[in-house]
Design a protein around this ligand. Structure first.
Ligand code: NAI
Ligand code: MG
Length: 504
């Protein structure tokens, strides 16, 4: 074992750079920091400056083997613990996360370039909220009694699945991890997380913190690349459930891996979420709604971003102009600066991908792309991955910018005249994660909400995932749900039927 002494502070630390260094180069297995078996590491980069802020352990099959074996050993005792006791420990985790909220917010801002005030603090708060919610549900792992025949008692009991393998992305890594880890633990499973290569440090800090409360081996974390570290985790025979958030392409690979072993899989795979605005909406509220729905503050790197906005023709031009003016007024800059509204793109790879979409839009004949907000002037940020938000108009519905997930600060606005036609366009992509409708005519709004192909439809608001509300897509946006009591019961447990014949 290549054990390393804990170099991380016990108390919340607001020195995010020192914390990033202290967390460097390690996995967290069975309650301890350990280096990769191969000794390899890779750099973690601050996307706002291009500076290397630390290293991550480069995990492979040997590290997966160690982590899964330990998680499997720990699972036996964890599952025996009364479920309300497990819930109480997860509630203690929530309290600890709350104490470390500002620390985690600063560290994630450094690591991912997400603005502290508008994004990172919000994420840190939501993480604690998810743990708190699931911590309170330990007593809800109930089965049923089922009428079968006289003198036969027939009941179902719920049992955990075993070791859960969780693979997470970089855009909201703490929250997306919490949605998997908290219910898996309360249900009596243990977890091995494979973090995203772009954002391995903050989630590692969370893992370390929670291990102060949880028995060793219940919550383990590996960093590394997808095929080399995520692949063996999916394939490991002791991993009895796989849960993933990320791209459709990798989602398919993971579903195939789980199918080989015949274990259940949950997939959350992004979207191309429509926002439909009727002329009778509350105009100012809806313009602000478009800005927040598009997650411009996160450079649009959100699976629920309102990347297609359909506006009823009488207010169309005024709406586009008002949106552009609002985005123009937003400040793009140092993610850790309180004045900053908009941070950076995560990586060179995503930067190139988003730029490619923008260039394609600008080169489309007849289309208009309006660049909003100003690039930061601070010379320290000159290597930063900042992209000006773009509002495109006059693009065809078949355009790649309208059909594919861009995962950047790019939205396309269309005028519409007819509710049936706009519904068909809104449903006309492969995705089906989220949608929003903006109207004061609730009869119309509810009718369309029922016919939109999406896992989450909101009228006159467009919030991100919320604790206690079922979340997850249809079509290519995924399989299975997260964030609710039912998702814990259905996706992290199985039901066993027990029958007792007591006829004399
Ligand atoms: P990705 O799907 O490649 O990565 C997500 C996670 O999967 C990472 O931890 C990665 O290491 C892992 N992974 C990659 N290949 C794997 C494999 N063969 N086996 C096991 N694990 C594997 O996403 P990426 O490359 O970061 O972003 C590409 C696009 O995916 C984005 O532009 C966006 O459109 C979409 N995306 C959607 C997200 C969502 O919230 N649904 C989050 C992140 C990306
Ligand atoms: Mg990828």
């Amino acid at each position: 074992m290549l054990d390393q002494p804990h170099r991380t502070p016990a108390e919340p630390s607001l020195d995010e750079k020192a914390l990033a260094k202290a967390l460097s180069g390690q996995h967290f297995i069975a309650g301890r920091f350990v280096a990769a078996r191969s000794g390899k590491t890779f750099d973690v980069v601050n996307p706002a400056t291009g500076e290397v802020i630390g290293q991550a352990a480069e995990g492979d099959a040997a590290d997966v083997e160690a982590a899964v074996q330990d998680a499997d050993r720990a699972q036996k005792d964890w599952a025996k613990m009364p479920s309300r006791k497990r819930g109480a420990l997860v509630s203690q985790c929530a309290a600890l996360l709350n104490q470390h909220k500002e620390e985690l917010a600063r560290l994630i801002a450094l690591e991912t370039g997400k603005a502290l005030r508008t994004e990172s603090r919000v994420e840190a708060g939501a993480v604690a909220d998810i743990f708190e919610m699931y911590g309170g549900l330990g007593g809800e792992l109930k089965g049923e009694s089922v009428p079968f025949a006289p003198n036969v008692l027939s009941v179902t009991v719920r049992e955990p699945l075993g070791v859960v393998g969780a693979i997470i992305p970089w855009n909201v890594p703490m929250l997306l991890m919490a949605l998997k880890v908290a219910p898996a633990l309360v249900a009596g499973n243990t977890v091995v997380v494979k973090s995203a290569e772009e954002a391995p440090l903050t989630v590692l800090r969370i893992c370390e913190l929670l291990n102060r409360v949880l028995p060793p081996g219940c919550f383990n974390m590996l960093s590394g690349f997808g095929p080399e570290c995520g692949g063996p985790l999916v394939q490991h025979k002791l991993v009895k459930k796989v849960t993933f958030t990320g791209s459709v392409e990798v989602g398919r690979i993971i579903a195939k891996g789980a199918a080989e072993k015949l274990v259940p899989v949950t997939l959350e795979l992004g979207g191309k979420s429509p926002m439909i605005v009727f002329a009778d909406c509350d105009f100012d509220k809806t313009v602000m709604g478009a800005i927040t729905s598009m997650r411009f503050t996160r450079q649009g790197q959100s699976c629920t971003a309102a990347s297609r906005i359909y506006v009823e023709r009488p207010i169309y031009q005024r709406f586009v102009d008002a949106m552009a003016a609002k985005v123009d007024a937003m400040v793009m800059g140092d993610p850790l600066d309180e004045k900053t509204d908009i941070g950076t793109i995560i990586s060179d790879e995503q930067f190139a991908k988003v730029k490619g979409f923008i260039d394609e839009g600008l080169a489309t004949s007849g289309a208009t792309g309006r660049a909003c907000s100003a690039m930061p002037e601070d010379p320290a940020l000159k290597k930063g991955l900042f992209i000006q938000p773009y509002i495109f108009t006059d693009l065809a519905n078949e355009s790649r910018l309208v059909q594919e997930e861009i995962f950047g600060p790019v939205t396309v606005v269309f005028p519409f005249d007819d509710a049936e036609k706009v519904l068909a366009d809104a449903n006309g992509t492969d995705y089906g994660l989220a949608a929003s409708l903006w109207t004061n005519n609730l009869t119309l709004g509810l009718d369309l909400a029922n016919r939109l192909e999406a896992g989450l439809v909101q009228i006159n608001q467009n919030l991100v995932v919320q604790a206690n509300l079922s979340y997850g897509g249809v079509k290519s946006s995924g399989l299975g749900k997260e964030a609710s009591l039912e998702s814990m019961l259905e996706h992290f447990m199985h039901k066993k039927t027990i029958m007792v014949n007591y006829a004399s």
